[in-house]
Ligand binder design. Structure first.
Ligand code: COA
Length: 259
C-alpha cells in the first residue's frame, strides 16, 4: 500500500511508519489521520509484522500537532467528532497486541505528543521537544492528552504542562518518565530497531498478553475511584482494622493477622 502522507517499510518484522509532511512539521491533517489508521490496521492484520515504529520525516519534527489550518471552520459538533476520531485511532495503537513505539525526532506537540503517548513507549533524540500547547490556541487536547500525560508524568507536572503550554526538552522528558531513552539524533532509529529486535525474539502471545494486562491498569470501563471507594469499605470490615485502631489508641505496634 502506498500513502500520500506516510512512508512505510517492513524489514525483519519491524514495520516503520514515517509521517511525511516535513514542510508542515508532519502536522496531523485528516489525510494523515486516515492513512495512519490504515497503517495501524495493517499492523493488526499482517502476520509478517511483529512490531512497529512511528516516527516523523525530517530532522525538525516528530509531529507538531493536529493541523491547525483545519480548525478554523469547525463547529462544536464537528470538533467533538474529530476528537472522537483521533481518540479511537490512538486507542487502536495503545491496544495493539504488537508493540508500537515512538521514535521522537523533534517537536512532539499537541496531537504529536498525544500520538507518542499512545505508543507503548517512547525513545527521543536529543533535539526532541514535548508539549501540549493547545491552551495557546484557546482549546484543550482532544486525542487523549489530558489522560495519558497525567498517567505518564503525574498530575502536578501534567497540569503545569497543560495549562502553561510550555515545552520540555528531551532530558526533562526522560526525567519525567515520558520517554525511556534519549539518544543522539543519528542513533535514534538504530536504538528503536535494536530494542524491537530483542522484543521480536520473544513469544508473541506473551508480549500481547503483557500489553493487554498493563493496559488493564487503566481500563477505560473501570472507574478507579469506585474501586477505591469499595476497597475502603472492605478494609473497614476486618479484624485488622479494629486491631490497628486499638493499637493506635493503646500506643503499641499492631499485630495484624490478615483477616
Ligand atoms: N498545524 C499546521 N501547520 C503547522 C503546524 C500545525 N500544528 N505546526 C507547524 N506548521 C507549519 C507552519 O504553519 C509552517 O508552515 P508554512 O511554512 O507554510 O508557514 C511550517 O509548518 C513550519 O513551521 P514554523 O512555525 O515556521 O516553524 P518554527 O520552527 O518557526 O516553529 C513550532 C516550530 C513547532 C514551534 C511552531 O510551528 C508551532 O508552534 N506549531 C504549532 C504547534 C501547536 O500548537 N500544536 C498543537 C496544535 S493543536
Amino acid at each position: 500500500m502506498s500513502y500520500s502522507t506516510l512512508v512505510t517499510s517492513l524489514i525483519d518484522g519491524i514495520y516503520t511508519i514515517t509521517i511525511n509532511r516535513p514542510e508542515k512539521l508532519n502536522a496531523l491533517n485528516s489525510i494523515v489521520l486516515s492513512e495512519l489508521e490504515h497503517a495501524i490496521n495493517e499492523i493488526y492484520s499482517n502476520p509478517l509484522i511483529k512490531s512497529a515504529i512511528i516516527t516523523g520525516s525530517g530532522s525538525k519534527a516528530f509531529v507538531a500537532g493536529a493541523d491547525i489550518s483545519e480548525f478554523s471552520d469547525l463547529t462544536k459538533a464537528e470538533a467533538i467528532k474529530l476528537s472522537k476520531r483521533g481518540q479511537d485511532i490512538f486507542f487502536k495503537i495503545e491496544n495493539s497486541g504488537k508493540p508500537i513505539i515512538a521514535a521522537v525526532n523533534g517537536f512532539a506537540l499537541g496531537g504529536g505528543c498525544e500520538l507518542a503517548m499512545a505508543c507503548h513507549f517512547r525513545i527521543a533524540s536529543e533535539n526532541a521537544r514535548f508539549g501540549q500547547p493547545e491552551v495557546n490556541l484557546g482549546i484543550v487536547p482532544g486525542y487523549g492528552g489530558t489522560q495519558r500525560l497525567t498517567k505518564l508524568i503525574g498530575k502536578g507536572r501534567a497540569i503545569e504542562l497543560l495549562i502553561s503550554g510550555i515545552m520540555i526538552d528531551a532530558n526533562t522528558a526522560l526525567q519525567y518518565g515520558l520517554v525511556n531513552y534519549v539518544v543522539q539524533e543519528e542513533s535514534l532509529m538504530n536504538k528503536a530497531i535494536s530494542i524491537l529486535s530483542v522484543i521480536n525474539s520473544k513469544a508473541p502471545i506473551a508480549i500481547s498478553e503483557c500489553i493487554r494486562s498493563v493496559n488493564a491498569v487503566e481500563d477505560h470501563s473501570t472507574n478507579g475511584y469506585t474501586i477505591e471507594n469499595n476497597a475502603f469499605g472492605e478494609s473497614f470490615d476486618t479484624a485488622d482494622k479494629k486491631e490497628g485502631a486499638l493499637a493506635f489508641i493503646e500506643k503499641r505496634m499492631p499485630k495484624f493477622i490478615g483477616k
